[in-house]
Design a protein around this ligand. Sequence first.
Ligand SMILES: [Zn+2]
Length: 258
Amino acid sequence: MLEKIDGIIIKTKDYGETHKLVTIFSNKIGKFNALAKGAKKPKSRMAAVTQPFINARFFVYIGSGLSTIQQGEVLDSFRIIREDIFKTAYVSYMAELTDKLLDAKENDSFLYEQFYQTLLWINNQDEVDIPVIMYELKLYKKAGFAPVLHQCSRCGNQEGLSKFSIREGGMLCQQCAYFDPEAVHISEKLSRLLYLFSEVDLKRIGNIRMKKENVQLIRKILYEYYDQYGGFWIKSRKVLDQLDLFIPNVTNGNSYNE
Ligand SMILES: [Zn+2]
């Protein structure tokens, strides 16, 4: 059956001499693999629509075996992302996380929309950490290991949430903080913001600024949290870490105010 499916290329792999096997995150059937015949020939039309992070309208033959892309037209090439090593690193990280954590052919149009909106944001704006964090939190929820952010992960108390515990899987209230001496202190304001990030549609966020040290703190907490519960090694995270290390601040600007 020939289907018209809008989606974003999240992984590509050579397949034989001239073909590519691509993984597409779509708004219709979730994540799926498809064969792109002739996509390795640089001048082929198929090559243009099967580059990493291309958003395209694909005409895909879906049968009992491997799906095959018959044709495609680029909707958004995200050129700015692909020409910027830092932006590429962020999107590679998001794409790899999505590929690893999402089950094949399980549709989630909200998550797809968040992925797409995050790419648009990264393409058009300089501050990119917060949208990426927002997407990660939603992806973790979809994958079934979201941290508990709206209440104490031990007693359900919704007040005084000021410690994040990797071990307990989320926030701890002041009374329960002693359960995990290694829990990281984060302000109540920041914990409320983190909960907001995990819930709200990125489209509803116009502009958001946070102190650089808070972004780094959340980044660090989420990395450790992922390492505890995520289960897959994320290769592209290393690139992101190295880029951040070599040239601090470059992707974050310097105008934070919480
Ligand atoms: Zn508690």
